[in-house]
Design a protein around this ligand. Structure first.
Ligand code: SF4
Length: 283
């Protein structure tokens, strides 16, 4: 995590604005002159969200502490025009596939992160069952994903497949996507600005899939989805809420490849996930 207070401020404002957007606010009227806002130097994003996605604790900290001025224009999340009306019955499989395809086309043309857009082979949108109860979220495409256009297809993806099978599930039971849809150079961690740029696409996919459960694989997924700065070690083993979805967090399969001893922790997390999902829990 960064120690740069301006990035914490940026993240806190993005969370607040995202909450407003989810509550139905489509735009913020801006005065003709440049505005500034004050935010805390050490805003503590919270790990729990209200059903609307708004973070009550971040709202409190934003009101209560004074800090360096930040350009509101810079902090505003990027939001596209709403999707056109679907020609299919709302919530049907055809409707979900149609809306995901609309989002996929927008993502394919997205150049919000210029460094990533100029270096990518292709965007990596997401894959899986549009009616899945379970949504898995990872960090960002790696080299294999960038080449093939699908998330989790490299060594980490193969390990994820083994975990899915060990849980008695199939990939077809799940929808899988990432915080970012373009590969960061050298597989570096996504920057907060990049995660903010890509949040609209993630939110769009979550809205279409409307999952019962979300599993965040790794710190980047957990911290960005939940708006938390807690470590993945502290976030795992706990339940969170995002909209109507129950959220669990665990280590990323890439971490398990480097630290096989952590597999037992992931297995404990998977057993908790299966139990909460009402699925058989292997002994
Ligand atoms: S990472 Fe996301 S927001 Fe950034 S260019 Fe790719 S699709 Fe667009």
């Amino acid at each position: 995590m960064t120690d740069d207070p301006s990035l914490s401020i940026d993240r806190a404002l993005r969370q607040e604005l995202e909450g407003w957007r989810r509550a139905g606010l489509s735009h913020l009227p801006m005065p003709p002159r440049k505005r500034t806002a004050t935010t805390p130097a050490s805003a503590k994003p919270v790990a729990m969200r209200t059903p609307t996605g708004a973070s009550s604790a971040s709202r409190t900290t934003l009101k209560s502490v004074t800090a360096p001025a930040v350009s509101m224009t810079h902090a505003l999340p990027v939001v596209s025009e709403p999707l056109p009306p679907s020609p299919h019955s709302a919530g049907s499989r055809e409707d979900r596939e149609w809306r995901l395809n609309q989002l996929r086309q927008r993502v394919a043309a997205c150049t919000r992160c210029q460094e990533l857009a100029s270096a990518r082979t292709q965007t990596v949108f997401g894959v899986g069952n549009p009616e899945a109860r379970f949504l898995f979220i990872g960090e960002a495409p790696g080299a294999d994903e960038d080449a093939q256009g699908e998330p989790f297809v490299g060594a980490a993806g193969k390990l994820l497949d083994k975990i899915i099978v060990a849980c008695g599930m199939k990939r077809e039971d799940i929808y899988i996507c990432n915080i970012l849809r373009c590969r960061p150079p050298g597989n570096r961690k996504p920057l907060p600005e990049e995660a903010g740029n890509c949040r609209e696409w993630l939110d769009g996919q979550i809205a279409v899939i409307d999952p019962d459960f979300i599993v965040c694989w790794g710190a980047t997924a957990a911290q960005n989805l939940l708006g938390s700065e807690e470590s993945i070690g502290r976030l795992r083993g706990r339940s969170f809420q995002h909209g109507r979805a129950n959220v669990l967090c665990t280590y990323h399969p890439s971490y398990l490849l480097r630290n096989p001893a952590a597999k037992k922790d992931v297995w404990e997390d998977m057993k908790l996930f299966l139990k909460q999902a009402g699925l058989p829990v292997p002994a």
